[in-house]
Design a protein around this ligand. Structure first.
Ligand code: NAD
Ligand code: TYD
Length: 348
């Protein structure tokens, strides 16, 4: 059985990727490597934690000694690297954490894979973001050849790690692939991100903080479609290549929040228009990218991927998940979350 390390498997996207590989690929032994930061939660994997081809290792990827020990103890065939500091607003207040995990951690992992892993026949897959390309105006989409132009400390750290991954391919012939994906939505997302934060606030009748005028645009993709793209790229992508992944599904933030309010009013049995009254325009994010949109035609043409879930359907399912998993949502929003929320939103 081939050992595959998936980093960040206790996080939002990582948990979907781990579940997919554990359930669909009995030929792989999946080692979920995660430091369990505020964003990591093993409850996200309760349903598969006893599977015979699954193992969890609590480890910080910036700890080179621990990473080297793991890779020298077990023959690692491949790595799917998702562990990261992932929230733009946190990167504005604390950029160093992003440099450490996203840049230094990625290089430590590649060094370990290069030294001890199956760098001949295996693969190092870096999961990245479309934010590395910077911001778009009203027209056009990001392609794989769009120049990197990151604007936030988060996107600068992901761009930097992408460059290191590509450099390891050129310099050491490390077999790598990179994908750059647009905004994901779905179950198990930490409620610092737009959609679960708004769901939580609507439930509790709290103000809905829309940054600036709410006119910024994001391209939303169902997280399971991202996980499926990652599976296809890991299995069939070409070494040294980059693939863009997107939902072809652009929304202005304010329109998305209004749609969410309408659906929540229905689901919570509130009079139409009730939740929208909570919308509050707040000071804009510093350096806020205006628009992201992805051209995923390379992935569609070369590997036959396309999104499978229509936004209306995926959005409805997502909202139901947060409403049905009240215990999960209340647990992750207790403790440190209220301090985070205070510091981020109280003076906006
Ligand atoms: P997340 O914040 O939900 O999860 C990150 C996970 O990484 C957590 O489980 C956390 O415990 C772990 N982690 C953080 N620092 C670590 C460290 N030093 N050592 C080991 N583990 C550590 O993030 P996400 O939204 O699931 O994103 C996963 C990846 O996908 C990231 O690399 C992100 O840049 C990328 N991405 C995210 C999106 C999105 O919309 N969320 C879109 C495109 C790409
Ligand atoms: P987010 O979910 O943080 O993802 P990203 O910044 O990586 O795209 O934010 C999505 C959009 O929603 C972004 O334009 C910022 C905006 N936003 C708000 O208006 N209010 C909020 O409270 C948050 C968290 C985000």
């Amino acid at each position: 059985m081939k050992n595959i390390v998936i980093t960040g498997g206790a996080g939002f996207i990582g948990s979907h990727v781990v579940r997919r590989f554990v359930t669909l690929h009995p030929e792989f032994h999946i080692i979920n490597v995660d430091a369990l930061t505020y964003a990591g939660n093993l409850e996200n994997l309760k349903d598969i934690e006893t599977a015979s081809n699954y193992e969890f290792v609590k480890l910080d990827i910036t700890d080179a000694e621990a990473v080297n020990k793991l890779f020298s103890d077990k023959k690692i065939h491949g790595v799917i690297h998702l562990a990261a500091e992932s929230h733009v607003d946190r990167s504005i207040t604390n950029p160093i954490d992003f440099v450490m995990t996203n840049v230094v951690g990625t290089v430590i992992l590649m060094n370990a894979f290069k030294t001890y892993g199956d760098a001949e026949n295996g693969r190092f897959y870096h999961v990245s973001t479309d934010e590395v390309y910077g911001t778009l105006g009203d027209d056009g989409k990001f392609t794989e050849s769009t120049p990197y132009d990151p604007n936030s400390p988060y996107s600068a750290s992901k761009a930097s790690s992408d460059h290191f991954v590509r450099a390891y391919h050129e310099t050491y012939k490390l077999p790598i692939v990179i994908s750059n994906c647009s905004n994901n939505y779905g179950s198990h997302q930490f409620p610092e991100k737009l959609i679960p934060l708004m769901i939580h606030n609507i439930k509790h009748n709290k103000p809905l903080p829309v940054y600036g005028k709410g006119e910024n645009i994001r391209d939303w993709l169902w997280v399971e479609d991202h996980a499926r793209a990652i599976e296809m790229i890991y299995l069939n992508g070409k070494n040294g290549e980059t693939y863009n992944i997107g939902g072809n599904n652009e929304w202005r933030n304010i329109d998305l929040v209004k749609k969410l309010c309408e659906i929540m009013d229905r689901k919570l049995g509130r009079e139409a228009g009730t939740s929208a009254q909570l919308i509050t325009y707040v000071t804009d994010r510093k350096g806020h990218d205006f628009r992201y949109a992805i051209d995923a035609s390379k992935l569609e043409n070369e590997l036959g991927w396309s999104p499978t879930v229509a936004f209306d359907q995926g959005f409805d399912k997502t909202i139901d998940w947060y409403l049905e998993n009240e215990v999960w949502l209340e647990r992750v929003t207790s403790g440190a979350y209220s301090d985070y929320y205070q510091s981020m939103y109280s003076n906006r």
